[in-house]
Design a protein around this ligand. Sequence first.
Ligand SMILES: *Cc1c(COP(=O)(O)O)cnc(C)c1O
Length: 417
Amino acid sequence: MDHDHRFRPESLMMSYGYKPSLSEGAIKSPIFLTSTFVFKSAEEGKAFFEVAYGLRERRPHEEQGLIYSRINNPDLEILEDRLTLWDRSEDCAVFESGMSAITTVLLEFLAPGDLLVHSTPLYGGTDHFIHHFLKKIGVHTLAFTPGQERGDLEAMIRASGRADRLRMIYAETPANPTNDLIDIAACRRVADAFATPEAPVRVAVDNTYMGPLWQHPLAHGADFSIYSATKYIGGHSDLIAGAVCGSHETIGRVKALRTFLGNMASPHTGWMLMRSLETLKVRMDQQAINARHVAEFLAAHPKVGRVYYPGFIPEGTADHDTFRRQCTAAGAMLSFDVKGGEAEAFRLLNALRMVKLAVSLGGTESLAQHPATMTHAGVDPAHRQAMSITGSMVRLSVGVEHHADIIWDLGQALEQV
Ligand SMILES: *Cc1c(COP(=O)(O)O)cnc(C)c1O
């Protein structure tokens, strides 16, 4: 009998971080719909503020007391504790959207004159924020592509003339909608090549596509694992939220900025996400199984061209090596080219009977959309073409339905093409 048993995250999602005795014995955390919290004494209020404002170090076993729901709230604190388990992070901060999680990290760790290096393609909202808002406040950017060699990237950073101002490498892997992989450990090595003790270079990874189950960026050297919790973590297409996992030091800074931007999640959203986390593992496992069946069906279909699915990366390639080191499953997002072009892709999308025609991903229901005219319509056409995002491409988020039903639906829709 092993007496130091370490429970797996999926086993802790129902209880971790919650004490029933503090809530009349309720087995589930109530929704703490309150703006403010009553102090037992003036001394207690003073002590809570000293810790919250960093006026002194926390004493041994002293917990941060509850003050005001913009600073902390039980539903968010319990949720954050649970989210640390998947990434094995020291701390986590939850937000009212994935975009607010991403933008708060960028704003806290970048200043005017700094250089941000980022992968392409990026989520549209992130791309817009970097190239419009950050540019406006004087942050310089440099893009790299999946498959670009580390030495080449380092040379590009040196040639920019701003290598001494490099402060962050931001990557999204697998990339949306092509499923191209970025090697996170290689990003860490590039960051370390330019970091100094006074000026660390942070590595941030948007882990929405594979996390929190199938990819753990912190284990590969990233400083941040960032989520649109709207997707797999929420998983039911019924809320918008975000999260960032990292160290005590970095998340402490992120939470401080969150307090002043006021972009924390609401107690109700926190509670919804806790409910979602209880089934995260079973949902995502089933979605990955379904995706493999769907990918194999599509690859064998005469009206389908290329299928973009991490499970099909050929062995012996650098990408396969990255995939093997970095991901524990092939995920449940895939794209494919319908033979022909936009007209053929649209015929397929309009003929679907069960799979819904909608953007977003990671929910229980399967969704299909057309990247070239929908999620990636804002991307420069030449750039879009270079990334293989053509009129033929359809992106699928595979849900928890029976895979035979998803395949039947795609099959009958393809027949009408
Ligand atoms: C949806 C998404 C976002 C933005 O998240 P919101 O919750 O919609 O704000 C960021 N990155 C990726 C990869 C996404 O899919």
